[in-house]
Every structure is written in C-alpha cells, then in structure tokens.
Design a protein around this ligand. Structure first.
Ligand code: BGC
Length: 750
C-alpha cells in the first residue's frame, strides 16, 4: 500500500515537470529476461494464450470474468482510472499469477489537448512538434490510465482519396521517418517505466497506405523492392528508435493479409531488424482473413496469424478459442507461443506494470494545462501552409477596418479537431471567429455570417446576406474545408472538390471585388485550383486542433509568419492520383510543352511520336508540389558548393550555401536538400529528399548554411537486392520546395 502511495506522489510530482526531450531506453536486459523466463515457467497454456488476447472494454462484465481466469492480457479504451483499477485489481489480486493488464487506446494527435492532425504536423517539417505533441498526449493519457497508444501511423501514401492520409505524415520516407521517430520518443519518454510514458505502436505494418484506389482496407501490390525502398523505411527507423510495439495492417499485399505475412513479420522484422517488441494485430484483422478468402474459418485464421508472428490478437478472440487445439494438433509450436508471450511480458516489465499496476486519478490537474495549450498553438502555427498571397493581401494591414468572417469552419469547435479524436472536448476548442474577435479588439470591426452551416451544406439561402455583409467589409476571411468526419479511417472520397456549396459561396464572395482570403481546414489535400484562382490569399491549415483559432488569427495578422511546407503533393484533379514528387522518370518524361486538349487540332492524325507521360487535360504538374509553401517574406538561395565532386562510399558530402531573407519581414524557411541517382541497376526517383532544416532569418539577413549528407544515405535496394550505393553520377538540389532549387552534381566512385 505504502509503495503505491509513494508511487502516486512521485507521479504527480513528475507530471508537473515540463515535457522535455527524451530518448528511448531499451536494451535487452538480463534481469528482465530472467523475470520473463521465470514467469513463463509458471504459466499454463491457457494463461499464455490469455496474454495474447486483447479485449475491448465494451463488455465490462465479460472482461472481468476473463481477466479473473487469466484469459486476457490487454484491454482497449478504458479512460477512467477508477474503472481501470477495478479490472486491474482482478488481474493482479484475483487471477492465479497476478499478471497485470495493459490499457491501450488510440491517442493519435492528442488525448485532451488536441494537436493538428499528423499530416498537418508534418507540414511543420519540425520533428520537435511531433515529439512535444506526443509527450503531452502521453502525459494526459497516462493520467487517465492509458499506458499504450496505437500511434504513430507511419504509412506512406500517395493517395489523398484515402481518408487515413490525415493520420500519417505524408508521402516522403525521410519526413515520415523523422516525424514518426519523434512521436515515438515523445510517447515513450525517457524510459517506458516512467509513469507518464506510454508505449508507442508504429502502424500499420505494412503497405496499407497504398490501398488500391484510395479505398480503405483495400488490397496492395507492392513489390519487395518497393517495400524496402519506400514503405518499410519509416518502420525500420521506428524499430531502431525503440518503438515498443508494432501493429499489422488491414491490407493484403499480393494476396497475403498483413496479419499473416511471414515475410514482413518474421524475415524482415524479427530476423533482419532483430525486433524485440510486441506485434499486435489490427482490429479483428485476424478473423477478417476469412472474408479476405485467405482462411476457411477462425481456427485457420488463428493458425496463420500466430505462425506468421502476430503476438496479440485485437478483439476477435480466435487465439483464445483455437490455439489450445492447434497446439495439440502440433500445428502451432509451444516455442511460437512462448516467443509471443515473452514479447508481451517484456512490454509489461518495461512499463513497470508489475511494480505499479494501478493508476492514480490525476485527471483534473493534467488535462488542458496552459503550457499544453500553448504548445498546441505553436504546432498549429507551424502546420499551416500559405499557398497564395497576391499583392501582400496577408498579413492583414492596418488600413483594414472591417472584416467579414464567413464559412462553415469559422466557428466549428468540433470540426477543427480533425479525425481520431475520442477524448478531446470540443468545448475547449478556440475557434478562428473567437480568436479573430479577440485579436481585433476595438480597432477592427468583425462581421460574421457562416453562409453555410457545415461543409456539406448545399443550401444557398444565406448567401445574399453574406454578400451584403461582404460589401460593408474591407476584407473577407472565408473558412472552408471538410468536417472532421470526412477524413480518417473508412472515410475515403472519390471526389476531392470542396463539399456542398462552399465553392459557390467563395465565387459569390469573390464577385464582390473585396479581397478574399480563403483558409482551408481539411484532413487531406483537396482539389482547390478553382478556389485558389479566385482567392487573393489562401492558407491551408489542415485540421489544426484545439488551438486552431488563435494560431490562425496570429498568422492572418502577421504576429506569426507562415512557415509550413506541403508534406504531400496537391493534385489539380483527382484523376491525376497517384501523383507524388519522388516518382521515377519513365522513358518519356513530360516536358510541359506537350499539346493538350486545347491545342490539338481538330481531326489531327494519330501519332505517338514525341509524346510523353502526361494528361491531355491536366498536364504533368500538380496544383502544388511537395515541399511548397510561401511566407510573408521571400528567401533566396545562392552559392551552392559541395566539398568535392567525387566521393567514395564511406565519405560524407558537405553541402554549403547561402540563404538570404530578401523581404522586409523576419521569417523561417524550410531548406530542402534533394538528390537524384542518375543511372542505376534499377530506375531511381527523379528526386529524393535527403535533409531539411528550419532556418529563421531576420529581414535582410544572409546565413551561410552547412548540411551533411553521408554517402551511405544514397543507398537503395538494387537489382541484386543488395542495400548499397552504386557508383555513378548524381544530381543534388537545395531549395525551398521539390520543384525549384540550385543544382550541383557529383560522382560516387568505386
Ligand atoms: C485501426 C487502427 C486502430 C484500431 C484500434 C482499427 O480500425 O485500423 O489503426 O488502432 O482500430 O482502434
């Protein structure tokens, strides 16, 4: 008892500490391994299989009964520490071996204090944002009894139709890896054992972001080379960073569902990467292998998933029902079960659950702390991307005396939080309307009419009133986009235009001739070319979270200068998807000067001579490229130099350049380094991001910047499936987006 009181006191003390940067701690330690073996030696087969069984808390009486019998190892989604302690007490005091439960939950971009959606966080190109957000989320969630989150999602995707694009960090493997690793560090803290630490779960292993047609749960057809060169890279980084757990995925790749894919789960994860953590299935993804047509019944599903290396089955209970018989029949070995249980017990020991199974109720002190809200605001400020700003429309100038605030997302506390928010309370959301009224004070008159009640609203009855108000205003701020529910799991779209009558509202507003600033809040890139054209300025805020309002008000008024860059390519038309910057060249790359539907003469004869890879109606370019984003100032790159023109494989390329803030405002540029391997044993992308850096410069300031690129980082899985750098010629660029940059060349010699 005393031990527990001491623990509560220490926890509260530690909670008051500000979030700090931690590194993960796990090295296999002999003491823990000994404890695992000792406990394993005492367990019956049913108790072992029980550890592999994860239940949802929905049916609480059943959960308690199963826990008492030692037939459950972890539970999902209890958010009240008292309720968790009630079932934990059964596990610890009433079950035969007293093995504690772990309580898991989807804490994706905040628990109470909601940060921008991960895709928005990625636009900051600032891993510290992800780390801080995850640390805060862990602090709040652990105070409610959660010690395991199913995050971060590090699925690379090229498809904004896929609703889950919101949950990940975009299309680039380096950016996704760095943001994912930062989130893992934030969740797991200095040590998993710390009371504010929660185990991270890198998901979904693997390839789920390539779901065919952007339809959720769909099949993928990723080759081994593409897995290794692209989709697996963030997972390897996550494993190296100490991610305590990994989750399998819903997709079947080339016919093999991820929860029973021995190539991924055994050959790569365990044998090549030496992963010692725990693998959990996705929700019912084991039993769903029946509907995939991969298993005849639940028994076969349990057999295939266990033998492939899925340690824990989430909710579908085929393991607990069928593994005893499968062992008897010799189809699953005791060694397979023991290894899975070792991984699960290791997680529980690392979390300190045997010493401190119960949770103190510290909810009130921990939720929505002022410093948490401030960090969420900074994150939202850094996550917004300025995509257009003509004639200096932004920041709002002092001659603006009356502003019309309009649009269905101007004052929508729930919608600005985005997808995957179960616990964040919308009544804490600070909306743009509230923040703009506050920041405008008495000096600027703020008129408000939403025009539409929600993003899908098609009723135009309020439009005349909005237009009337617009005529009284010096500037229009229109907040449009998507409701939170239109992105996220199972919320895919075939059409990425603005929903409802939003586009018509913007057109009516632009016809007034008043300066129109459009702010988009959305869970994905939208095809907003038409709206960009009629807006004087456009700021893309993704779903910015609890503090979206003050962050946007600061950006619009220039108290903070926009610095975000796009973590994903924005298509002009949905039909261009997949469109991404790091594609291969093809034998006929588009030049941009091709004939198109407007210029091909009527009756022209069929020919493919001189033709290239592009669309007649949409050309070759996206609406905005990866890495793009404007500021209230401008930046110029000059003087790019490399330390040499020739390198060998173990050397480091030193890149130097000058970056000048050529405008009149202080600002932050995200400098991006790209390379291209010009000829290799397999074709390589036309550009690959190699490094990035946020650089703050005062107006007029020039800084000499140095970046390092180890030659090893140019490695890829080549024709022979070796991971290596192939000698030859390379191009390199430094610039402010993936399209434009200063160029240099170098050679890798043998
Ligand atoms: C999702 C996972 C999530 C799990 C538990 C599934 O539907 O695919 O990402 O962690 O549910 O809520």
């Amino acid at each position: 008892m005393f031990r527990h009181i001491l623990y509560y006191v220490t926890s509260v003390f530690l909670l008051l500490h500000p979030y700090v940067c931690y590194s993960t701690d796990y090295k296999p330690d002999k003491e823990t391994e000994k404890r695992i073996e000792a406990l394993l030696g005492k367990m019956t087969l049913e108790e072992k299989i029980g550890q592999m069984n994860q239940l949802h808390c929905e049916n609480f009486p059943y959960l308690k009964t199963e826990t008492r019998k030692g037939r459950v190892g972890s539970v999902m989604s209890i958010t009240d520490p008292n309720i968790f302690n009630e079932v934990q007490r059964i596990a610890v005091e009433d079950s035969r071996l007293g093995i504690p439960l772990i309580n898991a939950r989807d804490v994706i971009h905040g628990f109470k204090t909601i940060f921008p959606i991960p895709l928005g966080q990625a636009a900051s190109f600032n891993p510290e944002i992800a780390e801080t957000g995850a640390r805060i989320a862990a602090t709040e969630a652990s105070a409610a009894g959660i010690r395991w989150t199913f995050a971060p999602m590090i699925d690379i995707t090229h498809d904004p139709r896929w609703g889950r694009i919101a949950e990940g960090f975009g299309e680039d493997p380096l950016l996704v890896s760095q943001m994912g690793v930062a989130a893992i560090k934030g969740f797991q803290g200095s040590s998993l054992n710390h009371p504010t630490s929660i185990a991270a779960c890198a998901k979904h292993f693997a390839g789920y972001g390539a779901s065919e047609g952007g339809r959720d749960y769909n099949s993928t057809y990723i080759t081994e080379r593409q897995f290794r060169n692209l989709y697996l890279r963030p997972f390897e980084a996550a494993v190296n960073a100490g991610a305590a757990t990994l989750m399998t995925a819903f997709n079947d790749n080339d016919g093999i569902p991820s929860s029973a894919n021995p190539f991924l789960l055994k050959d790569v994860l365990r044998n090549e990467w030496n992963y010692r953590g725990t693998v959990v299935s996705d929700w019912a993804s084991v039993s769903e292998m029946i509907r995939h047509g991969f298993c005849e019944d639940e028994k076969e599903a349990a057999l295939k998933a266990t033998n492939a290396g899925t340690d824990i089955e989430m909710v579908s209970e085929t393991y607990i029902k069928h593994l005893p018989q499968l062992i008897k029949e010799g189809k699953v070995s005791m060694e397979t079960i023991d290894n899975a249980v070792r991984n699960i017990l290791r997680l529980k020991f690392r979390l300190g659950l045997f010493e401190h199974p119960y949770i103190a109720d510290q909810r009130k002190e921990t939720f929505y702390r002022p410093d948490f809200l401030e960090a969420a605001q900074t994150a939202a400020e850094q996550s917004a991307v300025l995509l257009k700003n003509e004639r200096g429309t932004l920041p709002i100038q002092s001659n603006i005396k009356t502003i019309l605030v309009t649009g269905p997302l101007a004052d929508a506390p729930h919608e600005q939080l985005g997808t995957w928010v179960f616990d964040g309370d919308a009544s804490y959301s600070q909306t743009p309307l509230q923040a703009l009224r506050r920041i405008s004070g008495d000096s600027i008159k703020v008129l408000y009419a939403p025009g539409l009640n929600y993003s899908r609203d098609t009723a135009t009855s309020q439009f005349n009133k909005v237009v009337e108000l617009a005529r009284e205003a010096d500037l229009i701020l229109a907040f449009v986009g998507e409701e939170a529910i239109l992105s996220g799991e199972a919320h895919c779209l075939a059409n990425l235009n603005l929903q409802g009558a939003q586009s018509r509202l913007l057109h009516r507003l632009s016809e007034t001739g008043k300066p129109l600033v459009t702010v988009v809040m959305a869970g994905r890139p939208l095809t907003i070319g038409r709206e960009v054209n009629i807006s004087d300025a456009l700021l893309y805020a993704f779903h910015p979270g609890t503090m979206g309002g003050p962050a946007l008000a600061n950006l619009l008024f220039g108290k903070v200068v926009p610095s975000g860059k796009l973590p994903v390519t924005f298509p002009k038309e949905t039909g261009q998807i997949p469109i991404y910057y790091n594609h291969t060249s093809t034998g006929r790359p588009a030049s941009g000067s091709e004939k198109n539907i407007f210029t091909i003469p009527v009756g022209a004869e069929q020919t493919s001579l001189g033709n290239t890879s592009f669309y007649l109606d949409a050309g070759k370019d996206p609406l905005f490229p990866f890495g793009y984003g404007l500021s209230y100032t401008t930046f110029a790159y000059s003087n790019l130099q490399l330390s040499s023109t020739q390198y060998t494989r173990n050397e480091v390329i030193i890149i130097t350049f000058d970056l000048t803030n050529t405008g009149k405002t202080d600002g932050t540029e995200i400098a991006q380094l790209y390379f291209r391997d010009l000829a290799a044993s397999v074709t390589r992308p036309v550009k690959e991001l190699a490094a990035f850096e946020r650089i703050h410069l005062k107006a007029g300031e020039t800084r000499h910047i140095r970046m390092e690129l180890p030659v090893k980082q140019l490695s890829f899985w080549n024709y022979a499936m070796d991971y290596c750098v192939e000698p030859g010629k390379f191009d390199l660029w430094i610039g402010g987006n993936s399209r434009k940059g200063l160029k240099a060349t170098f050679n890798i010699t043998q």
